[in-house]
Design a binder for this molecule. Structure first.
Ligand code: NAG
Ligand code: NAG
Ligand code: NAG
Length: 256
């Protein structure tokens, strides 16, 4: 008999079509998703966050768009809580809610560079046990409190704060980041570093202060117990405290 066989093929065809539709439906039309784990929605003229992602999504690149805020429900309503890497660089983000990233237990890397963020709640990244890398580079009006921790998280290792128009830096601002290993502060206008915390930055290994307006580096910085690399090129430094450790760790091209 021929009929049941045909029927079988038809059955498979229907299954294939359905599963194809389902897979495609898991990618917003403005994005490109090579697998259900990745979505690229780059330079797509987006003003609002697209919908229709796979809930298995791990890597979302939504850079170079015009998205203005990520509110409390933006991410949760899209069921993308499996995210590991999130790139929303080069947008016009002004506002990130205190709870925008809550529940993203797998998130490791967040690129928020080149946006218009002025204010961040210290708890914004607090409940992200796997967060290792964060960039806030190029947020030119970012306000960093100097008398308390500006961000709190116990896993963050690498923080980018280049090109943020920072004028002075206070060690206390970094009090809430007890595992920080690399801090990039290059291309700001930093004139002073306030050494007002004993606990801050003790795990720091790399500190890049190049291209700023520093006249001196406080001894508390030079003596940070784990510091391996300190870059102070292109500053106005004529005074180095704690010279004994300086030779070991300073890079060659600084001016004294
Ligand atoms: C995020 O996207 C920007 C612009 O497309 C790119 O330059 C940057 O390298 C990306 N960030 C990461 C962490 O991959
Ligand atoms: C910068 O320094 C000024 C004067 O020393 C101080 O009032 C201000 O709070 C400092 N700001 C930061 C962010 O450290
Ligand atoms: C200092 C602090 O509160 N850090 C938080 C960062 O991440 C860990 C893991 O989720 C939290 O337990 C901490 O409370």
């Amino acid at each position: 008999m021929i009929f049941p066989d045909n029927c079988k093929y038809l059955y498979y065809l229907v299954i294939i079509l359905i599963s194809k539709t389902v897979v495609e439906a898991q990618c917003p039309t403005v994005c490109e998703c090579k697998t259900e784990y990745t979505a690229k929605c780059v330079k797509a003229n987006l003003k609002i966050f697209p919908i229709g992602f796979s809930n298995k999504l791990q890597n979302l690149d939504i850079s170079s768009n015009f998205i203005k805020n990520i509110d409390e429900l933006t991410i949760r309503r899209r069921y993308i809580t499996s995210l590991k890497q999130f790139n929303i660089s080069n947008n016009v983000l002004e506002l990130i809610d205190k709870k925008s990233f809550f529940g993203l237990g797998k998130l490791e890397k967040i690129d928020l560079s080149w946006n218009k963020i002025k204010k961040l709640y210290p708890d914004t990244f607090k409940y992200l046990p796997n967060l290792k890398w964060l960039s806030l580079q190029g947020n030119e009006n970012l306000f960093i409190k100097d008398n308390e921790a500006f961000l709190i998280n116990e896993s963050l290792q690498i923080l980018h704060l280049q090109n943020c128009n920072l004028i002075n830096i206070s060690m206390k601002s970094f009090d809430g980041l007890p595992t920080l290993k690399e801090l990039y502060l290059t291309h700001n206008f930093i004139k002073t570093i306030q050494a007002n915390s004993e606990a801050a930055l003790i795990t720091l290994q790399i500190l890049d202060l190049s291209d700023n307006s520093l006249c001196e580096i406080p001894k508390q910085i030079i003596r940070l117990p784990n510091l391996e690399q300190l870059d102070t090129a292109n500053n106005k430094i004529h005074m180095f405290y704690g010279n004994e450790k300086c030779d070991e760790i300073c890079q060659a091209h600084q001016e004294f």
